[in-house]
Design a protein around this ligand. Structure first.
Ligand SMILES: [Zn+2]
Length: 170
């Protein structure tokens, strides 16, 4: 069994970093060492940014995005085309589309996809708020509503085993 080379505070830092996506124990230890070496210019500002983010992050009550204000920056943006509502599975999908800069639309985050095998049903997804958000039919799910016909396509069943996802808002 490997000996511990640092005190419990540093070991805890390494263990927490190792929980981040893409970081295993070795890369987490390297990241911790880098942070410690750059304590003033990186570790302290990072800790402060994380503290502030932890205090201020909220879920947008309109679209489900995460931001530091509710409604979020996108929902407050009057320049957005309100006639286009892009339904996405997760906030990560929303952020990826925004980074691509291809759309000037509004969004709705479902929080997952229907997956009966994983026990994810319609009640686990943000579908009710999607229906309420529809300006075309004022929340009534009708066959005449073009937006809801498009949503029905977006709310697809989970059929691709290579992308297992559980319902989760983010
Ligand atoms: Zn929003």
């Amino acid at each position: 069994m490997a000996e511990k080379v640092a005190g419990p505070e540093i070991e805890k830092l390494v263990q927490l970093l190792a929980k981040l996506p893409g970081l295993g124990p070795r890369s987490a230890r390297r990241a911790a060492l880098h942070l410690i070496r750059k304590r003033e210019e990186l570790l302290a500002p990072l800790a402060e940014a994380m503290r502030v983010a932890q205090e201020r992050i909220v879920v947008c009550s309109i679209c489900g995005n995460i931001d530091t204000s509710d409604p979020c920056t996108i929902c407050r943006d009057a320049r957005r085309d309100g006639s286009i509502l892009v339904v996405v599975e997760t906030v990560a999908d929303l952020w990826a589309l925004e980074r691509a800069g291809l759309l000037n639309a509004r969004y709705h985050v479902l929080g997952g996809v229907l997956s009966p095998l994983d026990g994810v049903g319609p009640d686990d997804l943000a579908i009710a708020s999607l229906v309420r958000a529809c300006s075309q039919c004022n929340g009534r799910w009708t066959d005449d509503c073009a937006l809801h016909r498009r949503c029905a396509v977006a709310v697809r069943r989970e059929g691709d085993a290579s992308r297992p996802r559980r319902a989760g808002r983010w």
